[in-house]
Design a protein around this ligand. Structure first.
Ligand code: TYD
Ligand code: MG
Length: 458
């Protein structure tokens, strides 16, 4: 059969029939890589479910099997997976090298091995290195099988022979399929190996966890190429030198992609943090200008984080705006609203915004605290330590109510804040949790005045 050559963009995963200098989909230069498609094999077809007949069926004829889930021992991981891992699914765990992917997957073996058989295949560490790491993490299960191997055929053979319930493959970049002549880690190999694992999981019902290293641009060797094949894509993020790690779902066929899991990397592996607000606010400077606490919804859970802003006089023709953890365009828009409706001359100033702890708080409820942090730095007036703000800002400077306000206020009160600036409109019937005073404002100007201690409160 004739071999077909296609080109994949390593940045967005777009496929084109011919090579181009620039990807027509995402516009990146020099990202197209050649991929020789192996001749279609019979096994490439979607596997029939346990010997079932291969032809279209009526939906009503299909026996519905409710998805079976199991827990990993980490509530934070189970939350991101949508309430535990689904049996027979293929989960990709991506992240920068050294962030803790192997640690996470080895640690969950402790719980998984209690009732299931786990095969941990590593192409990165030798079997004795794995043993040492497992000992350090306190994983000493008799039933855990480890295998240092990188050849796909061998791994599939081992999986068929040992019949595990769960297969962990660390990492997809080190694996290779012998019938593919390209080098391991390349898009073609990564794709073929993932496809082989997908078939294995769909044919045998084995749950597969695959580790994928993220490259400098933040994508797992052609992210879209892998993302459409697997059931869940989880990203493990965080500052390498800092202790905290965030786990988030970029794709989840069995749950929401809004949930985050928070972990801390300690001496004996990862520790989960079920109440992240406390750690995110730890070490917050007291009485400093340019900071305000935001309360953002991360899936079903409200999380508090500190927003820091630095506004300085600019010596550039076009003042600088940088953001970390907050949408750049939204920050520019808030700066414009502050200038026009709040009377702050920000067009002469550089603006730097940072959300502490590696969290992203891109949601409408963060508008008010971000705007207040900017105003606080501009005027060099601190916000009271026990004050926080929640609300969206419109283009005319009006404040707007946001979703889940009661949940957020409960979290704010739980963490000891005594005042919270909220939009007036739409919150009239809302009662405050014990110990929390609600400061209702109509617009940005009122919000800034109250937060910086210049207003009377309404
Ligand atoms: P690792 O899981 O090997 O990262 P990945 O598989 O994502 O490449 O994590 C390695 C880092 O974690 C390394 O820098 C050391 C640190 N670490 C700890 O701090 N404590 C521990 O108990 C372990 C196992 C690792
Ligand atoms: Mg690793």
């Amino acid at each position: 059969m004739k071999q077909k050559t296609v080109y994949y963009c390593t940045s967005c995963g777009n496929e084109t029939p011919q090579w181009m200098g620039r990807c027509p989909a995402c516009g990146e230069w020099n990202t197209l890589k050649e991929h020789v498609e192996a001749p279609a094999k019979a096994a490439r077809r979607a596997a029939p479910a346990e010997g079932g007949e291969r032809r279209p069926k009526r939906l009503s004829q299909i026996v519905s099997g409710s998805e079976q889930r199991f827990f990993t021992g980490f509530g934070e991981l189970d939350r991101v997976l949508g309430g535990g891992a689904v049996k027979g699914s293929l989960v990709l765990v991506g992240g920068a090298p050294g962030i803790g992917k192997s640690t996470l997957l080895l640690q969950i073996c402790r719980e998984l091995c209690k009732e299931q058989k786990v095969l941990y295949v590593s192409g990165e560490e030798s079997e004795s290195q794995l043993k040492m790491r497992a000992e350090r993490l306190g994983v000493s299960s008799e039933t855990l099988l480890v295998y240092g191997e990188t050849e796909m055929e061998e791994i599939l053979r081992a999986a068929k022979e040992t019949e595990p319930d769960i297969l962990i493959v660390d990492s997809i970049q080190t694996m290779y399929a012998a019938d593919n002549t390209t080098s391991p880690g390349g898009i073609s190999q990564v794709k073929d190996c993932t496809m082989a694992l997908l078939q294995l999981s769909k044919q045998t019902g084995i749950t597969v966890f695959v580790v994928g290293h993220v490259n400098k641009e933040g994508s797992i060797a052609g992210p879209k190429v892998l993302e459409h094949m697997v059931d869940c894509v989880l990203y493990f993020e965080g500052e390498r030198n800092g202790p905290y790690r965030l786990l988030r779902a970029a794709k989840n066929r069995f749950g929401s992609t809004n949930e985050i899991g928070v972990f801390e990397m300690a001496d004996h592996g990862l520790r989960e943090i079920p109440n992240p607000s406390e750690v995110l606010l730890a070490g917050r400077p007291k009485g400093a200008a340019g900071t305000c606490v935001a309360c953002a919804m991360e899936g079903s859970r409200p999380v508090l984080a500190e927003v820091q802003a630095l506004v300085t006089r600019s010596f550039l023709n076009q003042p600088r705006r940088t953001t970390d953890g907050f949408d750049y365009n939204r920050a520019a828009l808030l700066a414009a609203v502050l200038e026009k409706r709040g009377g702050l001359r920000l067009s002469d100033c550089d603006l730097f915004l940072n959300v502490i702890g590696g969290l992203r708080i891109d949601e409408p409820g963060s508008d008010l605290p971000v705007a207040i942090a900017i105003a606080s730095s501009f005027r060099d007036l601190p916000v009271a330590d026990d004050l926080t703000a929640i609300g969206e800002l419109g283009l005319t400077g009006e404040t707007r109510a946001v979703s889940n306000l009661e949940l957020r206020l409960a979290e704010v009160a739980r963490l000891g804040f005594t005042k919270c600036v909220i939009p007036r409109h739409g919150t009239e019937k809302l009662s405050a949790p014990k110990g929390l005073q609600l400061l209702r404002v109509r617009n940005l100007r009122e919000a800034v005045e109250i937060a910086l201690g210049q207003g009377s409160g309404i």
